[in-house]
Ligand binder design. Structure first.
Ligand SMILES: Cc1ncc(COP(=O)(O)O)c(C=O)c1O
Length: 395
């Protein structure tokens, strides 16, 4: 069956990407989720509670801010979608609110999650505190160090944070551990995956929860007198803020969609996380996608200054959008991202997360028509990254 842009087919595939490549012990959970997620999401009571919490707990709609000083510098009309102003400081909470409501409807008593930058971990620990569910978060040991403030927040919120000490001790390793833990306790547990990755139906479910971002952009832009943007730009870790930002514009071919991956120390340096540029077809974390691997199919350890982009795979929607030439994927190095983050801080008084700073770095890489309408997803705030910014300034 042909895939309608933005939606997988009945088996969870976007073209040749996606599916559910899972161990037998998880068949029950994945089948239960697949059978129920759309049914639950379409009930009036779910919609009411989800929308109520997005409005009154998360603080949505997040503003679409016209960045006057940045616009002047780049000779374009630049808008920032302020996901950094959400409760807990990033877009991740849109998804965790949705998934915890689904978990409750499925009568799960325990939640597990992986986290890289700690934003998804904090968003998950937050909704678990709110709903009174037990919460275990897996986080790479390296990320616990570089995102120490989020580690402390998760613990304060009552979550147990379990360090992943294998591999590069980052997001991939945390995800491996979380999947392993889920296999041990499948019946009572829901795994809140934090991006548009993992086995079907997660990529579709998370895309739907994050699509509130582009729904709001559409109506907010019209208040500024624009029908649609010329460009939408978002950073890509697993790809959830990008999927949410692109979703309601996928069928607007005049809007160019740009995803920005982390080039780390440089594409050719062997220390990067630019999956779509460097990767090949394979299976990672339950889904057929593009991933960084060596000639023997072993995963290449990724590197990015930003813990949320430090991942060797990507959600299956994105390679599909790349193949059909609906979206374009570029990359920004650690240094380009830090400089773009510092530039936003100086020009607009907003300190962005290092992840979001990669999206901002695209401003120097794209030739815009004068006064082009450009919307950038400011996926998170930079409080968690202050030490990294400061270390860079000391150099
Ligand atoms: C602020 C922020 N932006 C972006 C990302 C990348 O994730 P995704 O590509 O799923 O939006 C993360 C991941 O932790 C994040 O914390």
């Amino acid at each position: 069956m042909a895939t309608k842009i933005g939606f997988p087919d009945s088996k969870g595939y976007y073209g040749k990407y996606g599916g559910a490549i899972i161990p037998e012990l998880l068949f029950g959970n994945i089948h239960e989720l697949k059978k129920n997620y759309l049914k639950i999401m379409n009930t009036p009571s779910f919609k009411k509670e989800f929308n109520f919490l997005l409005k009154n707990y998360v603080g949505r709609p997040s503003p679409l801010y016209f960045a006057q000083n940045l616009s002047k510098k780049y000779q374009a009309q630049i808008f920032l979608k302020r996901e950094d102003l959400n409760h807990t400081g990033s877009h991740k909470i849109n998804n965790t609110i949705g998934q915890i409501l689904i978990a409750k409807k499925l009568k799960k008593t325990k939640i597990i999650a992986e986290t890289g930058a700690g934003q998804h971990g904090v968003a998950t620990a937050t909704v678990c505190a709110l709903m009174g569910l037990e919460c275990n978060i897996y986080m790479g040991a390296k990320d616990i160090e570089r995102q120490a403030s989020n580690y402390a927040r998760m613990k304060m919120l009552g979550a147990q944070v379990i360090p992943a000490t294998s591999g590069s001790k980052t997001l991939k390793d945390a995800t491996n551990e979380a999947i392993r833990a889920w296999i041990n306790e499948p019946l009572s547990t829901h795994y809140i995956i934090g991006s548009v990755v993992g086995p079907a139906p997660y990529p579709d479910m998370v895309t739907r929860f994050q699509s509130v971002i582009s729904k709001e952009i559409k109506s907010q832009l019209s208040e500024y007198g624009f029908k649609k943007p010329d460009f939408l730009i978002a950073c890509i870790g697993g790809g959830s803020n990008a999927a949410g930002t692109f979703f309601h514009f996928l069928n607007e071919p005049k809007t160019k969609l740009i995803g920005v991956e982390a080039a780390g120390l440089g594409i050719e340096s062997g220390k990067s996380a630019a999956t779509l540029i460097l990767g090949r077809f394979g299976v990672l974390h339950g889904s057929k996608t593009i991933l960084m691997q060596d000639k023997d199919g072993q995963i290449t350890e990724p590197h990015s200054i930003s813990a949320g982009l430090d991942y060797p795979g990507i959600g299956p929607l994105h390679p599909f959008l790349k193949d059909i030439k609906r979206a374009q994927y570029i990359s920004a190095t650690d240094m380009e991202a830090v400089e773009a983050g510092l530039e936003l801080t100086k020009l607009e008084g907003i300190i962005p997360a290092l992840e979001s700073a990669h999206a901002l770095a695209a401003l120097k890489k794209i030739a815009f028509k004068k006064n082009a309408c450009v919307v950038i997803s400011l996926s998170g705030r930079g409080d968690k990254d202050l030490e990294t910014y400061q270390n860079y300034l000391k150099k």
